[in-house]
Write a protein that binds this ligand. Structure first.
Ligand SMILES: O=C(O)CCC(=O)C(=O)O
Ligand SMILES: [Fe+2]
Length: 336
């Protein structure tokens, strides 16, 4: 129940169960000046009642999107289960062109699907079928109505935040159409993100960049770079002992809510079970110019670690040699 005594449009049984507890991410009215304090401090916040994506809120039903998204293929992922763990194609080992990398079987299949086919599969889905998730950039070939809605977003507001906080350029707006229960496992992105919920409810679990040690990201050269190796539903406590100490915060976002996901913050996102399909548009911005002011920010240390890993791979040429060299450097010398 919220303050007005209205019933929430979802209940706890729609959330997947994890052995972690979470603080709540604050929800602030879009005009509240405290929003800028959160953004300045690189802390997540849910911006409510804004007009950021108002035209989408008013019109972007699944039927409207089906009519107007355009006839070209859209990027979709197909998964045997509810998880859609991201991977970078370019980091997959390819025997045919002899690039060095790790051998890897993608956990999902990337396919181009016409929107009618996507919607049909969502409507006809039954337990046991493969799941699908549309993840398409809005900058490419969408129909005119969608473009018209898009230009009517409250760009003054988001551009204002971008300018005030010294972010770099907007790089893309991704449209996500998920089936209920779909999950994007925990990862971080190297961009600032306004994550705007259009339809349905998503649970967003966030962890600060300082929790690197608790979340065990894959090596940088791995196709799952930036993803946590921990399966939240079946954490391997022997392999990932610090995961149990991870301290996160969460928000359930619904239509009109815009979650600020700070750059390098870990996020795990799930469409509520039995909540129907969900639609989100994100706004990804390059980070601001990085100034080396001390003490360094936690996310700057993550960026530094990434650079060290990249540099070692570049000189060693073989990903298999990176770990042993790092261990040899550290073990018994920088460890107790
Ligand atoms: O909504 C999702 O499933 C994933 C979104 C995400 O990871 C992002 O916007 O960075
Ligand atoms: Fe992300």
């Amino acid at each position: 129940m919220d303050g007005e005594g209205n019933k929430k449009p979802w209940d706890a049984s729609q959330l997947r169960k994890y052995d972690l507890t979470f603080d709540e991410i604050p929800r602030l009215h879009y005009k509240d000046p405290k929003i800028d304090e959160y953004i300045r401090a690189n802390k997540p916040v849910v911006i409510i009642e804004s007009n950021i994506i108002k035209p989408a809120l008013q019109r972007w039903t699944l039927e409207y999107l089906e009519k107007n998204l355009g006839q070209t293929g859209h990027t979709c992922f197909v998964s045997k289960n509810h998880q859609f763990k991201y991977y970078d194609d370019k980091k997959i080992y390819d025997k045919t062109n002899n690039t060095k990398g790790v051998e890897f079987t993608p956990p999902t299949k990337k396919v181009e699907m016409r929107i009618e086919d996507f919607m049909k599969r969502v409507k006809e889905w039954k337990k046991g079928d493969d799941r699908i998730y549309l993840q398409q950039s809005l900058t490419t070939s969408v129909g005119n109505n969608i473009v018209e809605d898009f230009v009517k977003f409250d760009w003054d507001y988001v551009n204002g935040k971008q300018a005030k906080h010294n972010w770099g350029p907007l790089t893309s707006n991704l449209l996500f159409i998920a089936m209920e229960g779909n999950q994007t496992p925990c990862h971080y992105d190297e961009q600032e993100n306004f994550f705007a919920q259009v339809q349905g409810y998503k649970r967003c679990i966030l962890f600060p960049p300082s929790q690197f040690e608790c979340l065990y990201p894959y090596p940088v050269h791995h196709p799952h770079d930036r993803q946590s190796m921990v399966d939240f539903e079946h954490p391997d406590n022997a392999k990932f002992p610090k995961f149990k100490d991870a301290k996160g915060c969460e928000a359930i976002v619904g239509p009109g809510d815009v979650l600020y996901i700070p750059i390098y913050w870990w996020h795990h996102i799930e469409s509520l079970m039995r909540g129907g399909p969900t639609t989100t548009v994100n706004f990804w911005y390059k980070g601001g110019p990085s100034t080396l002011e001390y003490p360094l920010k936690d996310h700057q240390k993550v960026a530094i670690s990434r650079n060290v890993e990249k540099m070692l791979l570049e000189v060693l040429q073989d990903p298999k040699e990176v770990g042993p060299l790092l261990s040899a450097m550290v073990l018994g010398r920088y460890t107790e």
